[in-house]
Every structure is written in C-alpha cells, then in structure tokens.
Write a protein that binds this ligand. Sequence first.
Ligand SMILES: [Zn+2]
Length: 299
Amino acid sequence: MININTYNAAPDAYLRAAAIKNLCEKYNFLRQNVIGRSLCGRNIHALTIGSRKNPVLYAATFHGAEWINTLFMLRFTEEVCAAYEAKSCPEGVDVHKALQRRGLTVIPCVNPDGVEIQLRGSRSCVKYKRLIDSVSDGADIWQANARGVDLNHNFNAGFRELKRLERANNITSPSPTRYGGERPFSEPETIALRNLCLTNRFSFAIAFHSQGREVYCAYKNTPERSVLLGETFASLSGYKIAVPEKLATGGGFKDWMIGYMRTPAITVETGKGKNPLPLSVFLPEYERIRKAMFRCLLV
Ligand SMILES: [Zn+2]
C-alpha cells in the first residue's frame, strides 16, 4: 500500500495508476472506472464510493502544471475510504452515512498528458512532440493538453464570447495555456467528462485548480447552492470568494455545469505561490482544505 503521506514525487501516470490500484485492492467497495483516454492514450480514472444516486463530484488537474491537486484527490479518497470502512467521523462527518445517501466520485486527473508534459517535456507525448516544441517556446509552464488546447476553455459555456476574448488577447492557435480549441468539446478529455456528467446526475461538482487560495462560484445566474457550496468551502479553509479575471470565465467546466447541466459547481484554486506548486506544499495545504473537503460532502 502506498502511503500518500510519504509521497515524495509528483503524480505522473505511473504513480497515479499505482496509487489507484493500491486503493482498490485495500478497499473493495471503491469502484474504479476509466471514463476516457487522453490524446496520447493515457487513462482518465474515476473513483466512486457509496451510493450511485446523485453522487458528488470532485475533479482535479485540468491543467498540467496543477498536478498537486491530484495528490489532494488521492489523499482525500484514501481518507474517505478509511472512514467509510471504520464508520468514523473525520471533521465531524459521518462518512459512511453521508455516502450511503449520496455517493462521491473523484477524478484525480482530467489532463494526464498535460501533467506528463509539465514533468517530462514534449518527449512524453511523441505524437505531438513537434507541436509542443513549436508552441511552448521555452515556456516552463504547460497547462493545456497534448495539442495545445486548454481543457478548461473547451467546455460549451459562453464559447463565442470566450473566442472573442482570446482573439482580443492574440490567442488564436494552440498554446501552453488559454487556447480553447476550434469548437467546444473538440478534445477527448473534455468529451470524457461531458459523458460522465450526462450519464450521472451529479448533485454538485467541485473543480480543483491552483493557485491563489480562492473559490469561484459565480457564473451567469449563479445557483444558490453554488454560493452555499463556495461559502462553505471558503469559510472552512480560509480561502477567499473571488471573481475570476475575464479571460478565465467561459469555456470552463464549472461554467458548463452551471449553465448547461443546471448543476451547482464551484472552482477552488488551491495553494499560494507559483505553479507548479512544490511537493513541500502538499501536506500543509491538504491540512488547510481537509475540513472543507469533508464538510462539503454534506452540502
Ligand atoms: Zn487551472
């Protein structure tokens, strides 16, 4: 069993698969499925515990340089499993009871290729190496998928307005960050998430990004439960409710969940500093958000 407490490496595809396998071997009630594959064929895993009815969704690492969130997801899943089995109440949450009523689905990494590019460079995505090399232009941050599409700009929410803003900011082609693609859902990673959300009626969703210690809950006619969820997370973690800058609105997963799926959703920006946040941030930041992650199961 890999103890995630002692993780001292970034969660690349190998480490992620090993951690998921170990969790599934230890907890036979943890259900694992592959909801899709990245452009380079890497698995996008979903882990589910408890009731299949209206589960809550926690999804992380839409952006390559934000892989620290995968560690938060794996650690949280491990703690939830332990509490579910022991029928214990971490942070005052009766996990077994809560998840019998409404399950939890965790996606540790939405953008597996982006993480590999961030960690190992373009050689980790051979098929797209030339494109990655030509657009990265010496940049040391890679947020997009393997063909330079920012997955959190590729959902069908305010897409036309987003394109207009991209053009105004001179973003017209594949890029390490912020290029939303030619059309919504042009990428296998966003299609995988869309299909998962269309086949599961999620009760609400939290998308984990980095960094800033902020919570975004507003989009158009923000549902009241998005606000409640955002305020709950913020008050328990000390994070601040914020409004994203213009180019970070529209095309996002949270926006699509609210606007199209009519499902309450928030974005959480974990940690503070410069992406990629170093491994040393993992445990102290997890401690900071742990209570919020458990208590939000009850919202
Ligand atoms: Zn992000």
